[in-house]
Design a protein around this ligand. Structure first.
Ligand code: FES
Length: 361
């Protein structure tokens, strides 16, 4: 579809239906015949809900239409919370074999007790209820032909666990380091011994930071220097992955040998809040408040579309016509011209002009 036609199509759908496309507009009608139908989502039945290590582990039955995933990928989980459909992005933690053999997917959802979505999840879901899943996406993946170091902290272990759990055999050395705080916070506790026994070339380091202190690059490098080789996959809080990435680079590891996936934003914020003008359709909004542009839009009373709020799902993509923004995951600055930015991880560091047609919910 050419961009002019797409803009025209979106404009017509927004004007007539207040939806970005015809399938979304027709969804209520289709649901009268197929109640489980959601445009762009796959229905999944909840088989099991198990609290563990501050997470809810969800085992879900999917249909044969659910696409194959690559271990390390994430997807959107859509659940109706008190009648309002809400979505968040989570990494798949189960193996591809489990999908093949049983048509099952597992997620480990970190519970934020005050969170609108995760805080309400255990009250909304019971075995037998239905949720909806987006298609798996992302390029955070393990190459099975090369030695690798997988380093995770907290719930960042979920995509790495899927990679390890999906291996049918291991022919190269693999170092897997997982930092957690206290035995009660050890995710997948029932599987680690079994995985170590299954793979002789696996070196598994379960780092209890309540006993050993916080896992830092210095501590890990001092303990395991000869084992650190091959590709590095890092997953955890942003400052954790940034520290390890910087340490790997300082040790001479090439940047293309390091993949990271992070959650949480850097705490650095601009000293003064820069003007941001957001044009939605024909309306212009000058955003007040502090923080990411998404947070500022919300503080200004706008309800915009978002998914993960951590720079993964791309639901909050928006056109920037001018201005410089800082990426709150990496600290990088954009150039001052036109481009596309993710509102949830962008902070204005100069006056910024933005526009979007499909962001309003
Ligand atoms: S909400 Fe997912 S990338 Fe911004």
């Amino acid at each position: 579809m050419s961009s002019i036609y797409r803009r025209f199509y979106t404009e017509v759908c927004q004007t007539l239906f207040r939806q970005p496309n015809i399938v979304d507009a027709a969804e209520p009608l289709i649901q009268r015949v197929f109640p489980w139908f959601r445009a762009d989502f796959y229905a999944a039945r909840v088989l099991q809900i198990k609290p563990q290590a501050g997470c809810l582990r969800l085992k879900l039955q999917v249909s044969r239409f659910f696409p194959l995933f690559t271990p390390g990928q994430h997807l959107q989980l859509r659940v109706s919370i008190q009648g309002v459909p809400m979505e968040r992005t989570f990494s798949i933690c189960s193996s591809v074999q489990q999908l093949h053999a049983q048509r099952e997917i597992e997620l480990a959802v970190k519970i934020q007790p005050q969170g609108r979505f995760t805080g309400a999840l255990s009250g909304e879901l019971t075995p037998g209820s239905y949720v909806h899943l987006g298609a798996p996406t992302g390029d955070f993946a393990l190459s099975q032909d090369h030695a690798a170091c997988l380093i995770a902290a907290g719930s960042g272990v979920t995509p790495l666990f899927s990679m390890l759990n999906s291996l049918s055999r291991l022919t190269v050395p693999l170092l897997f380091v997982y930092s957690y705080r206290g035995a009660a916070q050890l995710l997948f506790a029932e599987h680690w011994a079994e995985l170590q026994a299954k793979f002789p070339l696996l070196q598994l380091v379960l780092w209890d930071s309540a006993v050993n202190g916080r896992l830092t690059p210095e501590r890990l490098f001092a303990k395991l220097q000869p084992e650190l080789r091959g590709k590095f996959l890092l997953c955890g809080p942003t400052e954790f992955t940034q520290d390890f990435r910087a340490a790997c680079l300082a040790q001479g590891v090439s940047p293309n040998q390091i993949s990271t996936e992070s959650f949480g934003l850097l705490q650095r914020t601009a000293a003064t809040s820069q003007p941001v003008r957001l044009t939605l359709g024909r309306q212009q909004h000058d955003l007040g408040g502090q923080g990411s542009i998404l947070q500022r839009a919300e503080q200004s009373g706008l309800v915009l579309r978002y998914g993960c709020r951590r720079g993964v799902c791309m639901q909050c993509l928006c056109d920037k016509s001018s201005g410089v923004v800082r990426n709150l995951l990496t600290g990088e600055l954009s150039d001052a011209g036109a481009g596309r930015i993710q509102l949830c991880i962008s902070e204005a560091v100069s006056p910024v002009e933005l526009s979007s047609e499909g962001l309003v919910v």
